[in-house]
Each structure stands twice: as structure tokens, then as C-alpha cells.
Design a protein around this ligand. Structure first.
Ligand code: PGA
Length: 254
């Protein structure tokens, strides 16, 4: 049995290192040590080194929200996968819709997937449709996104891949803005089928498929039990230690 994976994406928060350390230490204390759940926090790059020290001997792993695809060279402002790995990150989110909206192309995403896995990181690849249409064109879009992102990676490395299904329309919503667990279940099966058709059943089964988009303490459990997601990618709620702890507990109970 694979552990459920709960990934917190702090995005461009919080504003100071002191706050970041405070939130992180509360997350560590609020019941993140569960035998069947892996917990990952992805802070802004700047806080990684300090939080990596704070994470020693804790049950929380660290990740980053992006990486660049080259190892070194003349790439002003970029951060490489091995740099973050050396500072203590073991996960990297790649292709988040908020980065794609800033202009990240599918080709770039696919190079980042390779760079992350080559550096020894587990890559959380985000895919998700903008909107849904009644003819199901979004399903083909999603398939293209997934296979496009994996076009440069050898199938034997796919055990280091996590697919985060994040429908863009469900991100950052309030209340019941998230997907229904029935629709989520359909999407988990659909993504698994694409992987299975392309790479075979055993490789497909080794890839975790997680869900992100308006995950809250009151819906996390059903996404995992009824939606059959292998984990969750949590935005806003990952900055609230008590709520995040409830989500982790839901994963433990699911
Ligand atoms: P949200 O963000 O949980 O705040 O909707 C999710 C995400 O963008 O990964």
C-alpha cells in the first residue's frame, strides 16, 4: 500500500521568514506523523534552507513550487533541481497552472519533469483543464497535457512521478467550489487509463494521482475515499496548521 500524499503549496506566502518558521513549527506539532500519510510542504525557495533545518527528524518533507530545467549556466533568476535537492527538498511541483498562466509552455514543463527526476526529486506534475465543455474536448486537452509533459522522460522513471489533477476552475474557490468526488473519481480513472494505455498497467499503478483545487478539512476525506485520489495538493489551507492537520488526519482515516 502506497502512503497517501498530502502536499502543501504555500505559493507566494507568507511575507516573512519568521512567519514561515512559525507556521512550519506548528504544522510539525499538529499531528503530521502518520504511518500511512506522507506530508510535504512547498514553501517559497527563499525559506527552504531554514525550513530544511527545522524539518530534520520531523515527519514533514520539503518541496519547491518550481525548478528550472538546466543544471547551471547563464539563466538569470532561475533555480536548478539539484540546488534545491542539496538544500533539503525532495519534491518539486512542476507545471502548476499559475506558472503556465505566466507563460510556461508545455515543452518547458516536460524539460522540468526530466530535470527534477534526474536530480533525484519526486516530481508533482500539475495538469488540469481551464473549463469543461459538454462535448468532452477537455478530456483530450488533459490527455495532451499529460503525455506532452511526459514525452521526454523514460517510462522507467515514472515511479518518481506524481500527477496532480487540478482543474483550474476549482482552484482558489470558496465553499463548494471544488470538484465533486464522483467527478474526481472519473478523472482519476481516466488519468490512470491514459498512463496504462501508454506505459502498461504496472507502471500506471505506480504513479500516484492526487487532487488539488479548494481542498478544505470538510471535503478532503471524500476526495480520498470516494474520489479515490492517492493524495491532495493543498493551497490556502496549508498555511493554517490546524486545518492542515485535519486534512492530514482525513488522509489517515480514509
Ligand atoms: P487552493 O490551491 O487549495 O487554494 O485552491 C490549490 C493549488 O493551486 O494548488
Amino acid at each position: 500500500m502506497k502512503k497517501k500524499l498530502i502536499v502543501g503549496n504555500w505559493k507566494l506566502n507568507p511575507a516573512t521568514l519568521a512567519e514561515a518558521k512559525h507556521i512550519f513549527s506548528r504544522i510539525k506539532k499538529t499531528g503530521t506523523r502518520k504511518s500511512n500519510v506522507a506530508v510535504v510542504i512547498c514553501p517559497p525557495f527563499l525559506y527552504l534552507a531554514d525550513l530544511a533545518r527545522a524539518a530534520l527528524r520531523s515527519a514533514v518533507s520539503l518541496g519547491v513550487q518550481d525548478i528550472f530545467y538546466e543544471e547551471e549556466g547563464s539563466f538569470t533568476g532561475e533555480v536548478s533541481a539539484s540546488m534545491v535537492k542539496n538544500l533539503g527538498a525532495s519534491y518539486a511541483i512542476v507545471g502548476h497552472s499559475e506558472r503556465r498562466r505566466l507563460g510556461e509552455s508545455e515543452a518547458t514543463v516536460s524539460k522540468k519533469v526530466v530535470a527534477g527526476i534526474k536530480a533525484g526529486l519526486s516530481v508533482v506534475l500539475c495538469i488540469g483543464e481551464d473549463t469543461r465543455d459538454e462535448h468532452g474536448v477537455y478530456l483530450a486537452t488533459l490527455r495532451g497535457q499529460l503525455l506532452g509533459a511526459l514525452s521526454r522522460i523514460s517510462p522507467k522513471f515514472l515511479s518518481h512521478l506524481i500527477v496532480a489533477y487540478e482543474p483550474i476552475w476549482a482552484i482558489g474557490k470558496s465553499g463548494n467550489g471544488a470538484i465533486t468526488s464522483r467527478h474526481l473519481h472519473e478523472m482519476v480513472l481516466y488519468i490512470r487509463k491514459i498512463l496504462s494505455d501508454e506505459y502498461g498497467g504496472s507502471i500506471a499503478r505506480g504513479v500516484r494521482i492526487i487532487y488539488g483545487g479548494s481542498v478544505f478539512p470538510n471535503n478532503a476525506g471524500t476526495f480520498l475515499s470516494e474520489g479515490e485520489a492517492d493524495g491532495l495538493l493543498v493551497g490556502r489551507e496549508s498555511l493554517k496548521p490546524e486545518d492542515f492537520a485535519t486534512i492530514v488526519q482525513s488522509a489517515h482515516d480514509a
